[in-house]
Design a protein around this ligand. Structure first.
Ligand SMILES: NC(=O)c1ccc[n+]([C@@H]2O[C@H](COP(=O)([O-])OP(=O)(O)OC[C@H]3O[C@@H](n4cnc5c(N)ncnc54)[C@H](OP(=O)(O)O)[C@@H]3O)[C@@H](O)[C@H]2O)c1
Length: 311
């Protein structure tokens, strides 16, 4: 029987299996490591962070679904069979989840809540004149499915929004910058930078000492893209020297963030655990099942990844 194999975080694997089996009754849905199945019958895989070299045994694989908008966790495998299309998981509910995560973190910096909290610990009352949203420049790095939606929402809230992407964008009320040559111009404008870039060979280490220097003193960073975009030591130095005033980090080079990692001890860093755009079976199951059904029936699936581009 045509089989769909699932390889996701252990905590939710049974939830994923039950959900997808209900939504895709014509397929046999199994767990990659635990269930018994015939590898030659596996035609579809739904994965998050699969083992390197793991796809080799599935010789009849027709399509892989990423439980995530990013596909770096699949393409890090040098043996990934590039003729097998990858469908990434995106959609309105996931865009909303991401925007609803980022917006309060932007407001937190706008309202200087970290400083107020610190003052409270010292029993000090400080009355700040809070800037209005339209006095705050927010930069969005990455204007794709998630970043584009977020930028528009930030605009609705009144922020001054600047965007940066590989190719220029035309979005009403949002200044667009594109490519490496316009990066410094973009960064020089932004007080709060939201990085929502995919991890590719071109975006890796893009936030480093030189690029932090391009930002106004005392800026803030919110990284919800991938940990690999940041040179960690340079971020720590930038916070130490006051170049950056704070950082909200949802993604890391190593996840979960190891207990001994220096980020834990830095008061200016707020850590969340890859929850900004988390895809659970409730939110993602229907999207994945719809995409797979369309693919199996030979229909056009718009979220197929450009494997050469890496996103
Ligand atoms: N924290 C979380 O829970 C979470 C959840 C979901 C996703 N993510 C991360 O968010 C990323 C973005 O998701 P998405 O759905 O918005 O991706 P997407 O639709 O593929 O958009 C990617 C954006 O990044 C831009 N970009 C790519 N390479 C670039 C480069 N070298 N220079 C400048 N801009 C570049 C693209 O520019 P063009 O528009 O010009 O192509 C595009 O605007 C994912 O890849 C994933 O890593 C995180």
């Amino acid at each position: 029987m045509k089989t769909l194999v699932i390889r996701v975080d252990p905590e939710n694997r049974k939830w994923w299996k039950d959900t997808l089996q209900k939504l895709l009754p014509n397929l046999k849905v199994v767990l990659w490591d635990e269930d018994e199945y015939k590898v030659e019958e596996v035609e579809y895989a739904v994965v998050w962070n699969p083992p390197v070299g793991g796809f080799k045994k599935f010789t009849n694989l027709k399509c892989v679904v990423s439980v995530g908008a990013g596909v770096d966790h699949i393409l890090k495998d040098p043996d990934y069979p590039k003729n097998v299309p990858i469908i990434r998981t995106v959609g309105k509910p996931l865009r909303k989840r991401m925007a609803e995560y980022v917006l309060p973190h932007v407001s937190r910096y706008q309202l200087r809540l970290p400083e107020i909290r610190k003052a409270q610990e010292e029993r000090k009352l400080i009355q700040y004149v809070e800037p209005l949203a339209d006095e705050i420049n927010v930069g969005v790095m990455g204007m794709g499915n998630l970043g584009g939606y977020l930028a528009r929402k930030l605009r609705v809230f009144g922020y001054n929004v600047f965007s940066w992407s590989r190719t220029p964008k035309k979005v009403k009320g949002i200044a667009s910058y594109a490519g490496k040559e316009q990066l410094s111009h973009f960064l020089s404008k932004v007080k709060i930078l939201v990085c929502i870039l995919p991890q590719t060979s071109l975006t890796e280490n893009i936030l480093n000492e030189q690029t932090f220097e391009m930002m106004p003193d005392g800026s803030y960073l919110i990284n919800v893209g991938r940990g690999e975009t940041i040179v960690e030591k340079d971020l720590i130095d930038a916070l130490d020297h006051g170049k950056l005033a704070g950082a909200t980090l949802d993604v890391f080079r190593e996840e979960p963030l190891p207990k001994e990692h220096p980020f834990w001890k830095i008061p200016e860093i707020l850590i969340t655990c890859h929850t900004a755009g988390f895809i659970d079976p409730g939110l993602g199951g229907k999207i994945i099942a719809e995409n797979l059904k369309k693919f199996i029936q030979g229909g056009k699936v718009k979220d197929i990844v450009d494997i050469e581009q890496g996103y």
